[in-house]
Design a protein around this ligand. Structure first.
Ligand code: NAI
Ligand code: 15L
Length: 264
């Protein structure tokens, strides 16, 4: 890879993926509204608010690929979601079109489908049932990506990330956990594929219990190696009490589904 733009570089995934992808790109152009100053020799940093069309347009110029992590990453006010995620993702795709970027890795979220019950096995064709305004904004991003593929041929991986943390933080995440190593490998596979199209991929490790089936993305050749099974016997997971009738346990999105509506 030559020059790769990574938005959201100051965030959790940005930080870990910078380390995992250090030798992958000739140059990583990092961006965020929060400053990143511990730059490696092949990294540059450009401060940019995704809500600014003009700034995103110059941010993307000269890049060959975009890994789009930036934006609001949990439920928030509609204004913040509008700026960071809805306008932000539109600005990224418009800039990709103008500057002829061919492939985007879009960090979507499991919260696009968070109102499906846990007994339902989902795949790429399952109905979007967002559990939050945040989930709605990721659904918007996926549709936008599809439009830019159909009209302009820009390919995208629409990665519905489960829970990417060093280890599962609760019982729900035993099913939704994605290891950092599997995420880094997925990014590499997405850019190595001869063809990508506009493909929904559930970003989840090879966990014993899962609600998501990636058979429509098999052609990419990603086969996650890690499993949450190694954490299953940890006391904090064994001892967590759950009420099976609690909406946070019935629905895949967990507390995103059970929390009240986030008003401005
Ligand atoms: P994070 O919240 O740690 O990082 C997001 C970054 O985006 C932050 O550094 C923030 O400063 C930046 N940002 C927010 N608004 C911005 C704006 N208007 N302009 C420019 N930058 C802005 O989130 P995390 O965990 O690193 O997630 C990265 C991406 O992956 C997010 O898009 C999130 O929705 C998605 N994702 C993450 C999951 C996870 O388990 N970590 C699960 C599902 C989706
Ligand atoms: C997400 O979309 C969030 O960005 C992340 O912080 C987690 O809450 C994750 O989903 C999850 O569902 O565990």
């Amino acid at each position: 890879m030559k020059r790769v733009l990574m938005t959201g570089a100051a965030g959790n995934l940005g930080k870990t993926m910078r380390a995992s992808l250090a030798d992958w790109a000739d140059e990583l152009r990092l961006s965020d509204i929060v400053m990143v100053d511990d730059l490696l020799p092949n990294e540059t940093f450009v401060a940019c608010d995704l809500a600014s069309a003009e700034d995103v347009m110059s941010l993307v110029e000269g890049c060959d690929a975009i890994v789009h992590f930036g934006g609001v990453s949990t439920e928030n006010t509609f204004d913040n979601i509008l700026n960071g995620n809805i306008k932000g993702t539109y600005h990224i795709y418009e800039a990709a079109r103008k500057h002829a970027v061919k492939r985007v890795f879009f960090a979507s979220s499991n919260h696009v489908v968070g109102f499906h019950q846990r007994e339902t096995l989902l795949d790429a064709h399952s109905q979007m049932r967002p559990d939050s305004l945040y989930g709605v904004s990721k659904g918007f991003g996926e549709l936008l990506a599809q439009y830019y593929f159909d009209k302009f041929g820009i390919e995208s991986a629409l990665v519905r990330i489960g829970s990417c943390f060093p280890k599962p933080l609760n019982r729900r995440m035993v099913s939704t956990w994605l290891s950092e190593g599997d995420l880094a490998d997925l990014i590499k596979k997405v850019y190595a594929a001869d063809r990508l199209g506009c493909t929904v991929i559930y970003g989840v490790s090879n966990n014993a219990s899962t609600w998501w089936d990636n058979r429509h993305a098999k052609f990419i050749g990603w086969s996650p190696q890690d499993s949450s099974a190694v954490f299953e016997h940890e006391a904090y997971l064994q001892e967590e009490l759950v009420d099976p009738n609690d909406p946070a346990v019935r629905f895949q999105g967990g507390i995103f589904a059970s929390d009240g509506h986030f008003e401005d």
